[in-house]
Design a protein around this ligand. Structure first.
Ligand code: MCN
Length: 794
């Protein structure tokens, strides 16, 4: 495990061709893919239940309005319509909660159906329950809503200005919170001593998540035992169960939340939305199964968008090339209400990462959160860390330019060298070797030759640019005690249960909930390795509150580091019990029993041994157990890590810009990542590919746009460019391995790394090509052409 790959592209292996002892760290094929690729997967919308009815949601057509009445009579009288519900019919608390609090946070009500006011286009007003899906949707048109329109604001800077329309009257203004981190005085002093100061205004545009499968829920209620089962597109079923039990006032132990196969989430399926709670309520009200599946237009209007920062950043520098201080002032778009983890994203997941890979002696960051008339904003792949890395790496690029230093050497000069490293923004980096990823990337690029080629091309009137991104991220947020001190309303541990069956087969249950990341494969690799059993003999179960003891879910690239480690801990507990049984049956003392590759043997007498699968049988026969030992062979752990893990890497883009048209051609994209030990290098590579594609999407194409009335003008795939294969260059991937000391696997997360690294690699490359300070994302042709033509900021 942890071998460093040297060639670009990892070869997939058939698990049958891998020795059991080498299973951990092997690039075996994903076992989940055949079902996903052949249509055998079961998504929420595939679920058909007897007597099932359908729900559709009437959504506000305006971004901000008072509601002077909703007339549902015509809809109710339609054939096939069973019911139309408005806020008046909601007889439960019905308020969507916030899962992260800050001292200065302005908590506002978020009713699951709007009462007297709508605050974004798409806010839920009423639901129709009908025998057929299309009847339910047709009935929406028959609901007459009397709107009294109000002024709308979608930009955080404008929302925070004095004359902006106020979105929550009780709050007085649109400030959701004021937050800061770092040492303001020390940072001011650093700027006073500076030889140079560079500064930039940067926008990190609002992005709309685009999971392949839209959000959906099917709820069924059994009145005889009051059990309510909700199948839904969830990244964290236990958390959804906990929150939903409060929202709809249904006992948690009689609520089962199950995530069938989930077609991607990228963060958007973490949060508790109004919609799934409404499905559950409708099922209880009608005592019939109810299904709701969002249409693509609904996902554009209501899936929590991400990013949405306006930032002013300043960096203080010495003549010698040292970064002396860093000052960052950000206004973050929170949307119309506070989504589940919204307050954490632009604060603790952002400000704490502003040291990047650099030893910066003074940092201060202030963030003002703004309510606006866009959908509630929350975590989207990277969640705060891409925003931080973008600010740091854009500023570092500019600083090198200001000092006339090569950007690679400027980075090297300022890199953190010793670990653990305590940053000025609270977090302590676990391990790293930043020069190694830089050098590896520069080798791939043949950097010196590339710079020469760039200079020659410039002489010929061609604009080639090289952009570097030395990113860092934090995942596996922990421990729970710290998260609690910072405002989390939940723990950030993970549970794992490993169960041996009497026949010697194994099931591993984990509270994470994969939705594309290959957990069935990697968790089976981990458990097979720990127990010394065949990989094929380990089954993995996730995503069901009735089957799994507890769980926090999959987001923040935490599953390998926290969920995988919980499975290691459980496996180790189980091995210890098996060792006692082996010692008893082999008539030796437990201290003399050695365990290797599934065999327990007596030290010095290797022929006296039992395989762990035999012990499993013995544990359930229970005919000959040690005194006072219970039968059975399974173990559960709740693993709460001591610290975050900090993956890092160096991504580089080489672009050629056509100054006549503003077109950008990404000639090369090199990604060198260090995610500690790799459980499965093929899955790691796949995660990097997907992440980079999303990052390039942000750099070049994506961005939510609203008109002056707050209407979304990029509300479909025709208007909002999600990158396609043809938009993404061939990636050259490589890795180094610096294990994390934090968890027993030595792993760091990989699920968001590419998305965090890519945007600034591309923007730096384009700015380098045109020799301009900055162009705001997305780098659409007109902006680039203007920058090329005006030679300055667009
Ligand atoms: N892994 C590994 N070695 C490591 C680290 C991870 O082999 N050193 C493996 C893991 O075992 C897992 C995969 O890589 O199979 C991703 O692991 P991890 O980094 O722990 O991330 P999570 O599993 O927690 O996934 C969450 C992450 C996030 S936050 C987003 S957003 C995202 C992402 O994963 N959304 C995705 N990748 C996605 N991939 C798909 N297909 N769909 C999404 O919605």
């Amino acid at each position: 495990m942890g071998a460093e790959s040297e060639d670009s592209g990892v070869q997939s292996l058939d698990p049958d061709d891998v020795d059991a002892a080498d299973i951990l760290g092997s690039a075996i094929e994903r076992r989940e893919d055949p079902a996903l690729l052949t249509g055998d997967a079961e998504y929420t919308d595939d679920i058909e239940l007897p007597q099932m009815v359908h729900m559709a949601i009437k959504r506000s057509q305006h971004a901000h309005a008072r509601i002077d009445g909703i007339d549902t009579e015509a809809a109710e009288s339609m054939d096939g319509v069973l019911d139309v519900l408005t806020a008046e019919d909601v007889d439960v608390p019905g308020n969507v909660p916030t899962g992260w609090l800050l001292d200065s946070l302005e908590q506002v009500e978020h009713p699951i159906l709007a009462t007297d006011r709508v605050r974004y286009q798409g806010d839920a007003l009423a639901v129709v329950v009908a025998e057929e899906r299309y009847v339910a949707h047709d009935a929406l048109d028959q609901i007459d809503v009397n709107y009294d329109r109000l002024g709308a604001v979608t930009d955080p800077d404008e929302a925070l200005s004095d004359d902006a329309p106020v979105i929550h009257d009780d709050a007085g203004d649109n400030t959701a919170f004021d937050w800061e981190i770092g040492d303001a005085e020390k940072t001011d002093a650093a700027f006073e001593d500076a030889d140079h100061v560079v500064d930039l205004d940067l926008e990190n545009q609002l992005l709309i998540p685009n999971a392949m499968e839209p959000r959906a829920a099917v709820a069924e209620y059994n009145p005889s035992n009051e059990e309510l089962e909700v199948h839904m597109t969830s990244q964290n079923p236990h958390l959804h169960r906990l929150l939903m039990s409060g929202v709809i006032d249904h006992p948690e132990h009689k609520l089962r939340v199950r995530a069938p196969d989930v077609g991607g989430g990228f963060g958007s399926k973490i949060h508790h939305y109004a919609d799934e709670a409404l499905v559950a309520l409708a099922a209880k009200r009608h005592e019939r199964p109810v299904k709701w599946t969002a249409r693509r237009t609904e996902t554009y209007l209501t899936d929590a968008p991400g990013r949405g920062h306006q930032t002013h950043a300043e960096m203080a520098l010495s003549d010698d090339g040292d970064i002396l201080g860093f000052r960052v002032d950000t206004r973050a778009n929170l949307g119309a209400y506070l989504s589940t983890f919204a307050p954490a994203v632009p604060t603790y997941l952002y400000g704490t990462l502003l040291s990047g890979q650099y030893d910066i002696p003074a940092i201060h960051c202030s963030v003002e959160g703004a309510f606006t008339n866009v959908p509630p904003v929350d975590a989207y792949r990277g969640a705060g860390r891409p925003e931080a890395s973008f600010v740091v790496e854009r500023m570092v690029h500019l600083a090198a330019k200001e000092l006339d230093m090569d950007p690679a050497e400027f980075r090297r000069h300022n890199f953190v060298q010793e670990f653990p490293y305590q940053t000025e923004v609270a977090v302590e980096y676990d391990s790293g070797d930043y020069e190694k990823t830089l050098d590896r990337a520069l080798d791939h690029l043949d950097y010196d030759a590339l710079r020469e080629r760039q200079a020659e091309a410039r002489e010929e009137g061609r604009y080639i640019g090289v952009g570097l991104s030395a990113y860092i991220e934090a995942c596996g947020l922990a421990p729970s005690e710290l998260a609690g001190q910072l405002g989390a309303q939940a723990g950030l541990w993970e549970s794992g249960l490993v169960r041996f069956h009497p026949s010697g087969k194994v099931t591993a249950y984990c509270g994470t909930s994969g939705h594309g990341q290959g957990h069935d494969t990697t968790y089976a690799q981990i458990v097979a390795n720990e127990l010394g059993v065949e990989y094929e003999d380990v089954d993995v179960v996730e995503g069901d509150t009735d089957e799994i003891p507890q769980g926090m879910g999959t987001y923040g690239s935490r599953s390998a580091a926290v969920g995988g480690s919980a499975l290691v801990k459980s496996s180790q507990k189980l091995v210890e019990k098996a060792r006692q049984i082996a010692a008893h049956q082999l008539e030796a003392s437990p201290e003399d029993i050695e365990f290797e590759n599934g065999d327990f043997s007596v030290a010095g007498a290797p022929d006296r041994s039992m395989h762990i699968t035999e012990i499993a049988t013995e544990a359930y026969l229970a005919h000959d157990m040690p005194d006072d030992m219970e039968p059975g062979l399974e173990a559960t752990s709740f693993y709460d890590p001591d610290n975050f893990v900090f993956p890092f890497g160096l991504h580089a883009a080489v672009v050629e810009v056509d100054p006549e048209t503003g077109d950008i051609d990404i000639e090369r994209y090199v990604a060198v990542d260090d995610v500690g030990n790799q459980i499965n290098p093929k899955i790691v590579e796949g995660q990097i590919h997907g992440g980079v594609a999303q990052g390039i999407g942000q750099a070049l194409y994506e961005g939510a746009e609203f008109d002056s009335n707050g209407q979304l003008v990029t509300g479909s795939m025709q208007d909002y460019t999600v990158p396609k294969a043809e938009h993404i260059p061939e990636m050259e991937t490589d890795s180094t391995c610096t294990p994390s000391p934090v968890n027993p696997l030595g792993v760091k997360g990989v699920g968001e790394a590419g998305t965090i690294a890519a945007p600034q690699a591309v923007v730096n490359a384009v700015c380098d090509a045109l020799d301009v300070d900055h162009i705001d994302m997305p780098l659409k042709a007109e902006k680039v052409w203007r920058a090329a033509t005006d030679g300055g900021e667009s």
